[in-house]
Design a protein around this ligand. Structure first.
Ligand code: PLP
Length: 462
C-alpha cells in the first residue's frame, strides 16, 4: 500500500464511517459477545506475504464493528462519555496524515503554539483567570500523576528526584473517598503509598469536611509526617460529588499545601456560567485537570491540565540531555518538559476544530440539554413502582436502585443484554446502584427518554 492507495482507501473509510454513524441506533450499544470470540477469528501468526487491502478492509467490516461497544452511540449512558464530534474526527484525520511528534517546539512548532493558544481559549471558556497556563496530556490519570509527583518533589525540596525516597520523611496526601481511583494509583506509583493518601470524611453534601482536612494535616504534622498536597474532587465518577473547593483551598493555603482539582468530567460543564458555582474558588488551585475528551467533543485522548505556575512541574518532569537541547532557544516552551512521556501527539488540533466548528454557544446548548434531559429521565424513573432515586442529578449524573442489591444487579444485566441503552453501576452508601449519565454528543431527548422506557418494559410496567 502506498500513498496513492491511501487516498483511495481513505475515501472508502470516510464513506464507511459516515454509514456507521448514521446507523448506530440500529445496533445494540454493547456487543452481546463472550470473551475470546474476536481473538478466535484471527490467525495465530502474522502473514509472511502482503495481503490485499480489499481483504483487510472486508475483514474489518465483518469482524470489528459487531464486536465493539459503541461509545458514539446516542444511547450510551454508561461510565462517562468519550465524545468524538465530527469536527474533532476530521482534525484527528489531518493530525494522523501529518503524523508529527511534538516533543519540542522545533519538532512541531504549530503543534506547540496551537496547544498554547487552546489552553488560553479553554481557560477563558471555563471562566479561569488569564494567569493559568497549562498543557495537554493523554489522560486525567497522567495529569494527576504529574501534579502529585510535583507535590512530592516540592515537599522534599526536589531531593526525591536525586536521591530516591528511602530515608525521606513519610509523605501524606489528602482527598475524599469520592475522588477517582486515579488519585490512589498516582499515590501508589509516585512512591508515596496508598496508605499515605488520607481519605478525609465527607458531609451530607458529599463534600470533604474542611475542618476534618485541617485536623488531619495538623495531626500528621504532629506525628512527624510530611504533608505534600490536597486533591479535590469537582464532579466525582461515582455519583458526581463536589468538594467545597473554596473552603478546602482555604484550609490547604493555611497549611501551605498545594492543591490539584480533578474536574475530569465536570470541567466541560463550566463553559456554562450557571454551573460555575459548583466549583467556586477553583481559581485558587495550583493545578486543575479536565478532559475535553469526555463531555466537550474533542475525541479521546485529550486531557487538559491548567497550572497556576508551571515552574514546579517543569522542574519535576523536565530533563535536557544534549540530544534534546535546542541551541539558542532554551527559553522556548518544549512541552515534553511539562509531561511524563517525551513524545507527544498533536492533540490541540482537534480542540481548535471542535471549538470553532460548534462555537461555545453550540457546546453550551448540548451540555444544558443533557442536564435538563437527565432531570426528565430521573423524574420518569422515579414514577416507576419499586424504583428509588438513590442520588439526585449532579449536572447530568444520577443513580437509581430497586429495593435489593440482587434485584438492582439483575435489572442492570437485563438492561444491558436488551441493548437499547447501556448503563453501568457504582456502590453508594452501602448499596449497589445503577448510574445514569447523559452526555453523548449526538443524543436527543427521545434517546434519553428511552432510559425510563427500557426500565419500565423490563419491570413489566407500561
Ligand atoms: N477523574 C475522574 C473524575 C474520572 O471520572 C476519570 C475517568 O472517568 C478519571 C479521573 C480518569 O480519566 P482518564 O481516563 O482520562 O485517565
Amino acid at each position: 500500500m502506498d500513498h496513492d492507495d491511501l487516498r483511495h482507501w481513505s475515501k472508502r473509510a470516510a464513506d464507511w464511517a459516515h454509514d456507521y454513524h448514521a446507523t448506530l441506533r440500529d445496533r445494540p450499544v454493547r456487543a452481546p459477545l463472550t470473551p475470546g470470540a474476536t481473538a478466535a477469528q484471527l490467525p495465530p501468526a502474522p502473514p509472511e506475504e502482503p495481503e490485499a487491502m480489499e481483504d483487510i478492509f472486508s475483514d474489518f467490516t465483518r469482524l470489528i464493528p459487531a464486536a465493539m461497544t459503541h461509545w458514539q452511540h446516542p444511547r450510551f449512558f454508561a461510565y462517562f462519555p468519550a465524545n468524538a464530534a465530527p469536527a474533532s474526527m476530521l482534525a484527528e484525520q489531518l493530525a494522523n496524515a501529518i503524523a508529527s511528534q511534538g516533543m519540542l517546539w522545533q519538532t512541531s512548532p504549530a503543534a506547540t503554539e496551537v496547544e498554547q493558544v487552546m489552553i488560553r481559549w479553554l481557560a477563558s471558556a471555563l471562566g479561569l483567570p488569564d494567569r493559568f497556563t497549562g498543557t495537554i496530556h493523554d489522560s486525567a490519570t497522567t495529569a494527576t500523576l504529574s501534579a502529585i509527583l510535583t507535590m512530592r518533589e516540592a515537599a522534599l525540596d526536589w531531593q526525591g528526584l536525586q536521591q530516591g525516597l528511602s530515608g525521606q520523611p513519610r509523605l501524606r496526601l489528602y482527598a475524599s473517598a469520592e475522588t477517582h481511583s486515579s488519585v490512589d494509583k498516582a499515590a501508589r506509583i509516585a512512591g508515596i503509598g496508598q496508605e499515605n493518601l488520607v481519605k478525609i470524611p465527607t458531609d451530607a453534601t458529599l463534600s470533604m469536611k474542611p475542618g476534618a482536612l485541617a485536623g488531619a494535616i495538623a495531626a500528621d504534622r504532629a506525628a512527624g509526617f510530611l504533608p505534600a498536597g490536597v486533591i479535590l474532587c469537582a464532579g466525582g465518577t461515582s455519583v458526581g460529588a463536589f468538594d467545597r473547593i473554596a473552603d478546602c483551598i482555604a484550609v490547604a493555603r493555611a497549611a501551605d499545601l498545594p492543591v490539584h482539582v480533578d474536574a475530569a468530567w465536570a470541567g466541560s460543564a463550566m463553559i456554562c456560567p450557571e454551573f460555575r458555582t459548583l466549583w467556586t474558588g477553583v481559581e485558587g488551585a495550583d493545578s486543575i485537570v479536565f478532559n475535553p475528551h469526555k463531555w466537550l467533543g474533542a475525541q479521546f485522548d485529550c486531557a487538559v491540565q491548567f497550572l497556576a505556575d508551571p515552574a514546579p512541574q517543569i522542574r519535576t518532569l523536565g530533563l535536557r540531555p544534549t540530544y534534546l537541547q535546542t541551541a539558542g532557544r532554551e527559553e522556548i516552551t518544549n512541552f515534553n518538559e511539562w509531561t511524563i512521556p517525551l513524545g507527544r501527539r498533536f492533540r490541540s488540533l482537534k480542540l481548535w476544530f471542535t471549538l470553532r466548528a460548534y462555537g461555545l454557544s453550540g457546546l453550551r446548548a448540548r451540555i444544558r440539554n443533557h442536564v435538563d434531559w437527565a432531570r426528565q429521565a430521573r423524574d420518569a424513573l422515579a414514577r416507576l413502582p419499586g424504583v428509588t432515586i438513590t442520588t439526585e442529578p449532579s449536572l447530568s449524573l444520577f443513580t437509581f436502585a430497586l429495593p435489593t442489591d440482587a434485584g438492582t444487579e439483575a435489572l442492570l444485566t437485563r438492561i444491558n443484554d436488551d441493548g437499547r441503552i447501556y448503563l453501568t453501576q457504582t456502590r453508594h452508601a452501602g448499596r449497589f446502584v445503577i448510574r445514569v449519565q447523559v452526555g453523548q454528543f449526538d443524543c436527543t431527548r427521545e434517546d434519553v427518554m428511552t432510559i425510563p422506557q427500557v426500565v419500565a418494559d423490563l419491570l413489566g410496567q407500561k
